[in-house]
Each structure stands twice: as C-alpha cells, then as structure tokens.
Design a protein around this ligand. Sequence first.
Ligand SMILES: [Zn+2]
Length: 335
Amino acid sequence: MSVMEIRSAADSRLRAMPKVELHCHVEGTARASTVAELATRHGVPLGVDDPDDLYTYGSLADFLNAFGVVCSAFVEPADFHRLAYEAAEDAAAAGTRYREMFFSPGFHLDRGVPFHVMWEGLASGVADGETDHGVRTRLILDVDKPKGIGPAMALLEVARTLDRDLLIGIGGDSTERGLDHHIFEPLIAEAKNLGLKTCFHCGEDGPAENIEIMVEAGVDRIDHGTRLLDLPDLARRVIDAQIPLTSCPSSNVEIGIVESLESHPFDEQRVAGALVTLNSDDPAFFRFDLADEYERIAAVFGYDHEAMVSIRDNAIDASWLDDTDKAALRAEFAG
Ligand SMILES: [Zn+2]
C-alpha cells in the first residue's frame, strides 16, 4: 500500500467517524449553487458571473460581500427550509450525526424578512433533514454583536416564545474589534433566567480579556477562544471548570486570525487540558467540511485515530444534550 493509499484510507475512516458539531452557522452552509438559484429568483445581484466565484475571497470585504449576498438570497420559508435541509444533507456526508447550529436573524430582519418566515423555514428544514439524512440539529440564536445590546435583547424577547426542543441557546457573533463585551452581560444573565444555554464568539479577532469578560458573565461555552492561553490565570480557570471551547482552526486561518494550522494553539490548548472541540464554522464559505477539518488537524498535529476519537468525544461532553442523550449518543457511536 502506498503512502497516499494509507493516507486516503485514514481520511475515509475519519470521514466515516460519527461526529458532533457545535460551531457552525447555517448561513455559512449555503451552497453557492443554491444561493445563485435563489438570488436569480428573487432578483438579487450575485456580484460575480460564475457562482463558484462567490466564495473566493481576496479580502475580508469580499467575504462580507458574499455573506451579504447569501443572506439576501433567502426570502421565503421554502428558502430557509432548503438552507437547513441542505445543511443536514452536507453534514451527513461529513459524518455529522448531531449538530448545535447558529442562525443569525439580524441579517435577515435587516432585509425585511419577518422572523417567523425564517424560523418556520428553518424548523421544517431541520425536521426533514433529520428524517431524510439522520442528522439531528438544534438551533442557537446568534446576535450580531456590533448592533449592540438593544437589538440583542429584542431578539431574546422573541426567543422567549420559541420551541425549546429546537431553540436551545443564545450566542453572539461577528467582530470583537471596538466592542466592550461588558455590554452583553445583561443578555447572558437574562438568557440564563429563561433557561437557555449561552455561548459567545470571543478571543477570535479580539484579546483573551474578552473571553474573561464572558466567563465572568457565566457563558456555558466559548466559541473560538483562540487567544485563551494569552492569559495563564484565565486559562487555568477555564480548564479547571472544563468550559468548552468550540475551536475552528481552518476558519481562523482563512480569515487571518492565525497564520497557519501549524501555528494554531489547538494542540497547545488540548495538551494543557482544555475541553477543545473541532468545528467547521462556515463550511460552504471556506470550501471544507467537518471531516476535512478532522483530517487536516490529525495530519498537522500527528494525532492518531484514538486521539481523534477523544476530540470527537469532547464534543459530546461539550454539547447541550442532557446526560441521557449524551449516553445514548456515546453508545450509538461506539456501536
Ligand atoms: Zn463562528
């Protein structure tokens, strides 16, 4: 067997491994072909001649342009159904069996799409995706941090009324630059009052101090947390409490948070004892899926299959399933 054959056998084993994903944005799963078709139907300019060029970035501005086009293309409940359904179909191809997935209502509301249109479409798409592709998905409502605390609290008011079997948590996304994260303390406190789980993007394009603010606020999970080890006392606290990190190393490389996978702190965090998980973030935008991420990280850090199983198992532990469902998932994955 050649080295390449051995490599590809290992790759397909990791692809087939049943997985859990905790950090993926439904908008970031939108296939370019679907966006192109819906954009044409709704008269939204695509900005590129070839749909395949939609997710080719020369800059952060290109990325934001693509994100804007994607959000504009989804208008009707059937569009959101398709988005969630295809997300499940593509997740199944990566071996994902359970996913806690973000959706970002702010971008759609800005374009005049009513919340219930988005929610009903996503809910039915998630249900059909599970029936047809075996991927169980629950949703996290992600607020857009730069909009500030007012719109975030307004979204929490809407969240109050939603089906808790489907909506399980509140998160916060987008750039950390120029944002005092203390302003989100009331959001986390009120979400916890409502019995929702909480997580926040921090320590991604901002400093570890933002992680500290959100840990103080009581978040259940840290999204990214790339900069965690910059503050040793904070790192000790996060590790001792086993507050999970939803790491997305390839995403961090794609948008220039770290220079390369080799220089990503994932391995250092893991060796230090952090509860690290692997995630794709925006798989369609970045043209790789969760299985690719597992394969890359195994290759870059020299992890054997057992190590990858333990990283996968971290995601079960870090999920917001109850203990019975976690045990059922472990049994299903071991079978
Ligand atoms: Zn993210």
